[in-house]
Each structure stands twice: as structure tokens, then as C-alpha cells.
Ligand binder design. Structure first.
Ligand code: TEU
Length: 546
């Protein structure tokens, strides 16, 4: 295994850096910023999809897996990126969206034209006798998950947007095609893959209505999913132990993740699960707000840490991605304690057992966008839900409040490189508005300030490289019943580390075990280890002893 010492940086390409002044980030923009990424200290980049796509879901609707969307660059530029990154010991990880294709994909177009071979690549079904869709399943972006095709008199399945048709993995020809895609990119020197919603690929043989939920119990962690992952592993990335793979697992279970990311199971290197990011969903519903439940958050994190370790499986650690609001605005305090809470969230995550992922902008303390007008929102999910919530009778003020907390656009705004025009992202108006706070929150300012969140991330990454206990140590929950502190202990061959994090803007105290520890990192002036410690708002300390 080689992924314990990795720190992955996620690039949401469209908003990273615009090198050709069209308002969209691009691959050449990544090349231009490689020195910055090297300065941050990361050694792997996950780049969100830049393949040919109509961009109805910002590239998660792929029309050609082996060609680059000209808006993002060319194959030559991509090859240059791989080479230039390698020079800085940075690997490239691609985002494979294999649960569905765009309806613009040649396969789907041929299916529409009546070619049976390609119809079998997807799920085309007759409606119920009364003409309604084959099942009552809901699309994740709102509405029914089946789209009617008039000319065919049939529906096709789309768990996401209606322009994202689900692929039929039970068809071996589909798996053959997808393995070809993986091998194509491996030959280009790619060293990793993130697989989009990959636990949704095994659909049932009989499609039935779901009277209790939105249909997910029928296709999540489906019957053949482990078998299919083992197969693609064997036929592509599994032949090189250096390749890192991470599966995005939607509404998954611990039991399944232990297999997806198990050392002996030959499926994937690690998994993203989202349970810890639903602790502020009321009754598990994304569009209903509630304060985050600290007890639920900490007990979930502890349980997954402990159980994954017990079963020799590996975690992907993350707070943020392009689908989640900014963690600083969500679990920290972006108004009163932005620096303290930003650093606390970073420390807490980076010292746990697993591979940490940094989402672009997180390292400089970027906040939610807090857009106030619907035409500032770009995401299909947000614009759909704006209407859906209206139809449900929610008043407009409340809808905006919900979007400001939950919209995926919150984390998709351009990176704030400096305090110049369009935050230095582009010289022309960007596709999504720059957040107004870029005058103070930006990369240049963070580089200058020795006390910035960015400098704290750099220290954390450095510590991971220096202290094996961070990358390889065992994990033990501490202070489990504390109402505002999340703490744990890591141990490895005689080294121990204690990490204490106050999650709130109020002071508190903790009782610790016998001493002998020294402080490695803190977000307040350095502190001595004591058995009883008073913690400042959002204080976070890493103690170490050998
Ligand atoms: O996301 C999968 C997913 O289920 C969510 O995180 C999704 O954004 C959420 O349910 C909406 O509330 C992945 C990609 O990361 C996302 O950007 C794509 O839109 C989606 O798959 C479809 O490919």
C-alpha cells in the first residue's frame, strides 16, 4: 500500500484558474498553479470531469470518456499536466462517472435510434399499464427517476438529471467498454481514479415501487456491486499497486464499506461516505435545516474510524467537496472565529486514520457563497429545488435561507487567488460569481500571513510526512461523552498522539490522562500538557510523546 502518506487536493476545474480568459477554469490553469499546489504540499490531485460533456451537471454528464472538452483543454495539455505534476511528485487522479452517461453520449444516441445493442447499455422499460413510470423512484435532483421517450413508447432510468442516463452494468459489454476507458487513461500516466456514486451501479433485476423511501434501498450497494468492482480492479488499475482509487458511496453502510475498501478484497483503496455530512439534515432530508448534532457527528466519526481499522479497511477523510457547503460555514464559525475554527476543522480531520482530501479553497478558509438571488445560482439541483420548495409552499425568504446553507453552488465559486479583478481567477466575468469576501480571504494574503489557515494546512501535511503515527497509527476515541470536544488518540510503535478539538465558540475544559506529552501543533499560542486543561473557543491541540 502506498496511499497512507498521500494528501489529495480536489480541483473543481471550472472554478480553479482560468488561463485562457473565457470565464471557466481549465487544465492549463492547473499547470500554471502547480507550484502553488506543491507549496501547499499535496501529492495527489483529483480533478473533476473535463471530458466532452454538455455540462448540464458540470461535467458529471459525460458524452465521451476519452476526449477532452475543448473548453477545458486538449489531450496535449493534459499530457503536459501529467508530466509537470510528476516533476513535483504530484500524481493525477481522474473522476470517472460510470453510473451514467450523458444522453448526448454516442451509446445513448444509438439506443434512441433503435439499436438494440445500445438499448441494452441502459435501462429502457415500458411504463405501468396506466402509462405512469415503471417505478415511483425519485431522481436525486428532484422529480421522478424515469424519463419518457415518446418515439419509443418507453422510459429510461436516470437517478440524477434527466440528461444522465443510468448504465446497465449487468451487461458485460458495458463493463468491457468502461475497462477500456480506464486502461486508456492509465496509459496516459494517470495514477488514480475517483469513482462517482459507484455503489449505485448494480440495479435490481425486478423494478418495484418503493413505498417507504425514494427507491434507494433497491439500488444502493446492490447485489453485484462488489463483484463488478473486483472485476474492473482485475482488468485495469489493480495491476499496479501504486494506483489509488476512491469510491464515492452514496447512502452506504459500514458493512459494505469494509469490503469496498478492505485490504484483502481487491476492490478500491478507500471510500467516501457521507453519514457525517448529514448530521444537520432534519429527518435525513437535505432541504430541511437543523443545527448540526454534535453527538451524532462524533459518534459516527469514532465508529467509522474504529470499525474500518478493525476490519483492515481504509478511510478517505473529508469535510468538503463540490457537492457540499463549505465546512467552515457549516461546522465552524466563519464570522467570529474563522481562523480558529478553520484550523480546528483541519487538524481534527488530518490527524485521523485515513487519507485526507482538501477541497480547493478550504485551505485558505473560503466560506459559503451566501447568494441572495436565484439567478446567481448555477446548479441544476439548486434551481430545481428552488421551484420544488416553492410548490411545497415554503416562503421565498426561507428558500433563500435553505439555499444559502445547502446549495452546491456554495463551494463552487471561483478560487480567490488575490484581491484584484475577479479575485485573480479570470480577467473576464467568471461563470459563477466570486464571493465578495475575496479582498481579505485569498491565496496571496494567506501566503503572506504566518498565522493563516493556509500555513496551518501546510504544517499538518508536513507532520503527516514526518510522523508515522499520523499515517499508520491505530485510533482510539477519547472523551466520548464530552458535549463540545472531539478527541482521540493515535498510537504507533511506541509513539502516541492525542488530538483535542473544541468544536464551539465557548470555552470548556477537559480531563486528560497522565502526562509526558508535548505540543506539536495548536491554533492558539503554544500550550503545555496538563491533566486538566481549559480550552479556548475552537481550540485544537495535537500532543505527542515517544
Ligand atoms: O454526487 C453524488 C451524490 O449523490 C451527491 O453528493 C449529490 O450531489 C447530492 O445527492 C445532491 O443532493 C456525484 C457528484 O459528485 C455530483 O457532482 C454529481 O452531480 C452526481 O454524482 C451525479 O453524477
Amino acid at each position: 500500500m502506498n496511499f497512507e502518506d498521500k494528501v489529495v487536493y480536489q480541483i473543481y476545474l471550472k472554478s480553479f484558474y482560468d488561463s485562457d480568459q473565457d470565464g471557466l477554469g481549465d487544465l492549463n490553469g492547473v499547470i500554471e498553479k502547480l507550484d502553488y499546489l506543491d507549496y501547499v504540499g499535496v501529492n495527489c490531485l483529483w480533478i473533476t470531469p473535463f471530458f466532452v460533456s454538455p455540462q448540464n451537471d458540470n461535467g458529471y454528464d459525460v458524452a465521451n470518456y476519452c476526449a477532452i472538452d475543448p473548453r477545458y483543454g486538449t489531450m496535449e495539455i493534459f499530457e503536459k499536466l501529467v508530466k509537470e505534476a510528476k516533476k513535483r511528485n504530484i500524481d493525477i487522479m481522474l473522476d470517472m462517472v460510470f453510473n451514467h452517461t450523458s444522453t448526448q453520449h454516442e451509446w445513448f444516441q444509438k439506443a434512441l435510434a433503435g439499436d438494440t445493442k445500445y438499448k441494452n447499455y441502459y435501462f429502457f422499460k415500458k411504463g405501468k399499464p396506466d402509462g405512469t413510470p415503471p417505478t415511483n423512484w425519485a431522481s436525486k435532483f428532484g422529480g421522478n427517476a424515469w424519463q419518457y421517450v415518446e418515439e419509443m413508447g418507453e422510459y429510461y432510468l436516470h437517478l440524477f438529471d434527466k440528461t444522465q442516463a443510468d448504465l446497465n452494468w449487468d451487461n458485460k459489454e458495458v463493463r468491457d467498454e468502461l475497462c477500456k476507458v480506464l486502461n486508456f487513461w492509465l496509459k496516459k500516466g494517470v495514477y488514480g481514479f475517483r469513482f462517482d456514486v459507484v455503489n449505485l451501479i448494480s440495479k435490481p433485476t425486478i423494478f418495484m415501487d418503493d413505498f417507504e423511501g425514494d427507491g434507494r434501498t433497491y439500488y444502493t450497494d446492490g447485489t453485484h456491486v462488489h463483484e463488478y468492482l473486483q472485476e474492473i480492479n482485475q482488468r485495469s488499475f489493480g495491476n499496479d499497486e501504486h494506483i489509488i482509487t476512491v469510491g464515492e458511496m452514496s447512502s452506504t453502510s459500514l458493512e459494505n464499506c469494509v469490503k469496498y475498501a478492505g485490504k484483502e478484497d481487491h476492490e478500491l483503496s478507500m471510500v467516501f461516505n457521507f453519514h457525517h455530512l448529514k448530521v444537520d439534515y432534519k429527518d435525513k432530508q437535505k432541504w430541511v435545516l437543523k443545527e448540526f448534532d454534535f453527538e451524532e457527528l462524533t459518534s459516527l466519526l469514532h465508529t467509522w474510524q474504529v470499525e474500518m481499522e478493525n476490519k483492515h479497511a481504509w478511510n478517505a477523510l473529508f469535510w468538503c467537496n463540490h457537492d457540499q457547503p463549505r465546512a467552515l460555514s457549516r461546522f465552524g464559525d466563519d464570522k467570529n472565529y474563522p481562523i480558529e475554527s478553520g484550523k480546528m476543522l483541519a487538524t481534527m480531520l488530518h490527524c485521523m486514520r485515513g487519507t485526507p482530501y482538501i477541497y480547493q479553497g478550504e485551505e485558505i478558509g473560503m466560506t459559503n457563497a451566501y447568494f441572495t438571488k436565484i439567478d446567481e445560482y448555477r446548479d441544476v439541483e439548486s434551481t430545481n429545488y428552488f421551484q420544488i420548495l416553492k410548490q411545497q409552499g415554503v416562503n421565498e425568504k426561507e428558500i433563500y435561507h435553505i439555499l444559502q446553507e445547502r446549495s452546491r453552488d456554495n463551494s463552487r465559486t471561483p478560487i480567490q487567488w488575490n484581491d484584484g479583478l475577479h479575485a485573480g481567477f479570470s480577467k473576464v466575468t467568471p461563470w459563477s460569481q466570486v464571493i465578495h469576501n475575496y479582498h481579505t480571504i485569498n491565496v496571496e494574503a494567506s501566503k503572506r500571513d504566518p498565522n493563516s489557515i493556509l500555513q496551518h494546512y501546510r504544517k499538518l501535511i508536513k507532520l503527516r510526512k514526518e510522523y508515522k503515527v499520523i499515517s499508520l497509527g491505530s485510533y482510539k476515541p477519547l472523551l466520548e461523552n464530552h458535549k463540545q470536544v472531539f478527541a482521540y488518540k493515535r498510537e504507533y510503535e511506541g509513539e502516541s498522539m492525542i488530538v483535542i478539538n473544541n468544536f464551539y465558540g465557548q470555552k470548556t475544559s477537559v480531563h486528560l490522562e497522565e502526562g509526558g506529552y508535548t505540543s506539536l501543533l495548536s491554533n492558539y499560542p503554544k500550550r503545555e500538557y496538563q491533566k486538566v486543561m481549559e480550552l479556548e473557543p475552537y481550540e485544537s491541540i495535537v500532543f505527542y510523546k515517544k
